[in-house]
Design a binder for this molecule. Sequence first.
Ligand code: TYM
Length: 321
Amino acid sequence: MRILSGIQPSGSLHLGNYFGMMKKMIDYQEQGELFCFIANYHAMTSVSDGKALAKGTLEAAANFLALGMDPERSTFWVQSDVPEVQELAWFLSNFTPMGLLERCHSYKDKIAKGIAANHGLFAYPVLMSADILIFNSDKVPVGKDQKQHVEVTRDIAAKVNNEYGEIFTLPEPDIDDDVATVPGLDGQKMSKSYGNTIDLFQTEKQLRKQIMRIVTDPTPVEDPKDPDTCNVFQIYRLFLDKEQQDALRQRYLAGGLGYGDVKQELFETVRDYFTPFTERRNAILEDKETLHKTLEMGAQKARYAASKVMRKIRKKSGIAY
Ligand code: TYM
């Protein structure tokens, strides 16, 4: 079983990234052959400042390593260090109907928000398909917002297989209902572009400020409250096991619970959860040489796997002449 996923280095990481994808990937290391990368080419669709992209790439790598990615056991690299992926993306473009990309929600949402349409944004799912297919991935852990992109990948792969025989494995998106869409401070999907995130690596002061901004309803303290419609509960539950969730639920239903108090508890929980990781992350970032070496090792492993598939494609397509 080959498990693959990637993350863009386009800003700070938030709880949506962590619970929707990163934590799952880290836990999966116990179970299968794990491939995980920093999607710096994808980030070019939103970051044009070169310095920021380079810095963000190293930080994203350090973050993942600090959270538990094991570069010895798994294959962990930066997307641009495996140029075969770009080559495959061009190949796949020739099997990608325009309509398939035109229907992509993520593209349509960005255009609706006023982001200028360009080819990078439009072809984003083709590059993502190349990422997935070049490693013959079986399972792709993602949040719900990326489900359609994995479905597009399957469509493209099926078209290629139809033409050239069984070259590609059809990947399955791997999404857990309880973390498919982690809500943000305002109850919408947590997303950097909505400005409603709780970030993983930040100062206590900033973290507290973010958590205190979680939107709550005006129910008086003494009244019973509904945990299922409460943004604080919906975020807090991510850190609690079933029993702890039930206990908190009872406190909501009993009345007498103040939102300020639960927010304070949530703040302490998030802080205590991430403090050890933050310390590790800072240490990793202080030793850039080792970090670069780790990423080089990952790129070598990834290139080895990718070049095997590309050789087959070049031959079948007649590009190898
Ligand atoms: P990115 O960097 O935008 O997001 C990384 C992962 O975090 C998930 N996510 C969420 N999950 C639940 N609730 C949320 N509020 C939330 N916000 C973000 C995303 O679904 C994603 O899984 N296109 C990918 C990067 C990529 C990729 C790939 C993924 C490039 N190539 C190949 C898998 C396979 C992306 O948008 O990542």
